[in-house]
Design a protein around this ligand. Structure first.
Ligand code: SF4
Length: 470
């Protein structure tokens, strides 16, 4: 039997790493050296893709069914609840599917934090800069932990440093590749010039005041800024939804809690990462259309093909259009059942190219995007009032709900001594009425901060005030 080999893009973040997925009974990952974003290299998440693509089944109220029947049942329930249905996509599927999805979204499309920010910042937030500009920068300022969050950027940073770039990090922990480490509370010590380039992160749980703060820093110093994002086609999601009314996740949570939203339809997005379980339990129906394993129980699961089998276009952080090597359109067909009219891939594809401003999808060609100016921003980032806090370092494993082996927190030696923690022992962390016990690792972290790259179930957003003891 010959293997099926698909040339595809990793859905772990929107860095846009290319790879091959080989089907030979089990799934295997092969390196694609020609990929312009990553030259074949992958991070741990990319190497773990076979686990993410474990097959899922279409279900209605716990019973297995076909994708068509699941989509028909979803269509029926959506039609019966007009006015109280919300459609959520974070951009983890093809631009063609996202365009179709928009057409069925009856009122609002929820895609993340963007709605809470001024509209003139959207282009800057969503379209990054070519990675070649990062490698050529003279001064790079990191508002991320590249090793944990967007590992493939580390190569670009090291290349810039080898060419003489200075790297500053504004982070909770000293980063080994930085020449200068500044704590987030001391950001006023950061010296920016027109030659600096800020790399930040922008995700659905981002603190909007913090994002405004970083945008304002860049604006005031005339510094270039780029935001990395966690979902493979976040940039495509923005380009396809330009001009469409959108709402933030916090608005969505409020609407479900108020009872004005009864059905949530998620396209290739795991709501449990974003929405508290007590809020999700208030929904009459949760419908998830996906091609990968789920960590959330949904009333209806519409199981389309995994991303690597799809036909369609992804747009990476640089704005580079990348074609998937599959032929599948079952996701698009299921959306057609819900819309009550079949979607034609070719005409959607033409619209996608038009939205990008290209005539052909070629990953080696960089489309031209305007770098639009944004106005002055008033940011009022709150100083951290908690004595001790757990800081979640969001990374591909956390967004996808895929288990990782990092079941520990990082803290510094002062915290270890103050709490009299024992070597090889654990730390008790109390928050929101729950207490958990975790292993710890000593690292050059800010005093009274615990860093985690895992989800423990006690978090309240990125920064969670906690009480700690031995
Ligand atoms: S998770 Fe991001 S950095 Fe890692 S392989 Fe996938 S696209 Fe690349």
């Amino acid at each position: 039997m010959t293997d099926n080999v698909y040339s595809t893009i990793c859905p772990g973040c929107n860095f846009g790493c290319g790879l091959y997925i080989r089907e030979n009974g089990a799934l295997e990952v092969d390196f694609r050296k020609s990929s312009p974003a990553n030259s074949g290299k992958l991070c741990r998440f990319g190497m773990n893709l076979p686990k993410l693509f474990a097959p899922t089944k279409s279900m209605v109220d716990g019973k297995e069914t076909t994708i068509e029947e699941a989509a028909k049942e979803a269509a029926k329930r959506i039609a019966a609840s007009k006015g109280s249905v919300v459609f959520l996509s974070l951009g983890n599927t093809t631009s063609e599917e996202l365009l179709a999805f928009q057409k069925i979204a009856e009122s609002a499309l929820y895609t993340g934090a963007v709605a809470a920010l001024p509209e003139d910042t959207y282009q800057t937030l969503n379209i990054g800069i070519p990675y070649s500009e990062i490698e050529a920068a003279k001064h790079i300022v990191l508002f991320i932990d590249p090793y944990e969050q967007y590992p493939l950027i580390v190569r670009r940073l090291l290349s810039a440093r080898n060419k003489g770039a200075k790297i500053s990090a504004v982070w909770w922990k000293d980063l080994p590749l930085a020449d200068e480490n500044i704590r987030p509370g001391d950001v006023s010590k950061l010296a920016l010039t027109k030659d600096s380039l800020i790399i930040a992160d922008y995700n659905p749980l981002s603190d909007t005041e913090q994002v405004k703060n970083v945008l304002a820093l860049a604006k005031n110093a005339g510094t270039r800024i780029t935001f990395l994002k966690p979902f493979a086609n976040s940039t495509g999601g923005y380009l396809m939804a330009k001009g469409i009314k959108q709402k933030s996740i916090s608005q969505l949570v409020e609407d479900i809690n108020k009872g004005t939203i009864k059905i949530l339809f998620c396209l290739e997005s795991d709501p449990s990462v974003l929405i508290p379980s007590e809020t999700l339990s208030k929904l009459t129906y949760l419908i998830i259309q996906t091609g990968q394993t789920l960590s959330t129980k949904a009333n209806i699961v519409i199981a389309h093909e995994p991303l690597y089998k799809k036909k369609g276009t992804l747009i990476n952080n640089e704005g580079r259009a990348q074609a998937l090597g599959g032929t599948g359109t079952s996701g698009l067909d299921a959306l057609g059942i819900i819309a009550g009219a079949k979607f034609d891939f070719d005409s959607l594809h033409e619209s996608v190219k038009k939205a990008i401003g290209i005539t052909v999808v070629d990953e080696f060609m960089m489309p031209k995007y305007e770098r639009l100016e944004y106005g002055a921003l008033q940011a009022s980032a709150k100083p951290m009032d908690a004595k001790t806090a757990l800081v979640s370092v969001y990374n591909p494993f956390m967004w996808s709900g895929l288990a990782d082996d990092n079941d520990f927190v990082e803290l510094n030696l002062n915290t270890v001594k103050a709490l009299k923690l024992l070597k090889g022992g654990s730390i008790r962390i109390k928050s929101n009425g729950s207490t958990i016990e975790k292993k710890f690792k000593v690292a050059p972290v800010q005093d009274n901060i615990l860093l985690t790259s895992n989800k423990f179930g006690i978090e309240k957003g990125i920064i969670t005030p906690v009480e700690v003891s031995r």
